[in-house]
Design a binder for this molecule. Structure first.
Ligand SMILES: [Zn+2]
Length: 300
């Protein structure tokens, strides 16, 4: 329930990329191989669009510029179905592995491709593997300068590759030298003083469905806040070609792929969902009044 006693609208998001773009394959699959690998992103995203239509759910799709460049029709179809098109950057390079200049080129190129294909302004950005961390916070200034108004890249958890555990758990306004923007992090719950992820990706596939269900219900009921959930098209594709990787990556990437679609259907039926624009106070951070939600948890 929200503060007015109605059901909370949660945010459904999809990071649109192919199975070989995933960061665990960096260094295993050379980028020069991307062109010759079998692409499955259009078929998998189309299946997701059909599922969302079946449940009457609109979502935010963070589309990789590399995908938009090759398959502009896919971006058009996403926009035509009433979903929000946002940016996952161009080349799926981790933010903290790029120079600010290279990052600027990447997010500018992606935004232009996505706006051309969708015919609508792109407001949001989500970094590959949530790679905005303490040493890459400069990226937020670049995003503001490039015309993005919200970011969804700072995961408030402890993880081996990403996360800022002390950052805000719900959407808030970020004050940066470059200006203001909204940060809309993927959802967590606090348990024993730790933030634990409850809303998407590997956590959704590897843990029982009830973990996600309980976590989102808790965010909605105890905190009267929307949950922000994320998923990838390759996660509903158990037939995808297997790529070589280590044991831990194999578990993270391949386990329970055959169960994701039925879990997604349960999730769509169990909760109320919308795109980012339905939930964020405004796409224009300058118009957001400072208040309890405008926390600035940064201590660096
Ligand atoms: Zn990604």
């Amino acid at each position: 329930m929200d503060a007015r006693g109605g059901p909370v609208t949660n945010v459904m998001t999809v990071d649109v990329e192919d199975y070989f773009h995933v960061s665990v394959f960096d260094g295993v699959i050379p980028r020069s191989d991307w062109e010759r690998l079998e692409s499955r992103v259009c078929a998998n995203t189309s299946r997701m669009l059909d599922i969302f239509a079946e449940y009457g759910v609109r979502s935010t799709f963070f589309v990789l510029g590399w995908v938009a460049e090759r398959f502009p029709e896919l971006v058009k179809r996403i926009a035509a179905a009433g979903h929000e098109v946002a940016s996952h950057g161009y080349g799926h390079r981790l933010v903290y592995d790029q120079t600010p200049a290279a990052f600027r080129d990447d997010v500018r190129r992606a935004k232009a491709l996505l706006e051309d294909a969708s015919g609508a302004r792109v407001h949001g950005y989500r970094a590959p593997s949530y790679s905005i961390v303490p040493r890459s916070l400069w990226a937020l200034d670049v995003l503001i300068e490039e015309g993005y108004t919200y970011d969804s890249s700072i995961f408030p958890i402890r993880h081996d590759r990403y996360g800022i555990p002390v950052s805000g758990r719900h959407a808030y306004v970020l004050e940066r030298p470059g200006g203001r923007m909204i940060e809309a992090p993927a959802s967590t719950i606090t348990l024993g003083g730790m933030n634990l992820p409850v809303a998407g990706g590997g956590y959704f596939r590897l843990l029982p469905y009830e973990w996600t269900e309980w976590g989102i219900a808790r965010v909605n009921a105890a905190e009267s806040k929307p949950a922000i959930f994320y998923l990838h098209p390759w996660e509903i594709d158990p037939e995808q070609p297997r790529l070589p990787c280590g044991l831990l990556s194999r578990i993270r990437h391949y386990r329970n792929l055959d169960q994701t679609e039925s879990r997604l259907r349960r999730l769509l039926a169990d909760f109320s969902w919308g795109p980012m624009r339905a939930v964020l106070p405004s796409f224009e951070p300058d118009r957001v009044a400072a208040g309890a939600d405008a926390a600035l948890p940064y201590v660096w």
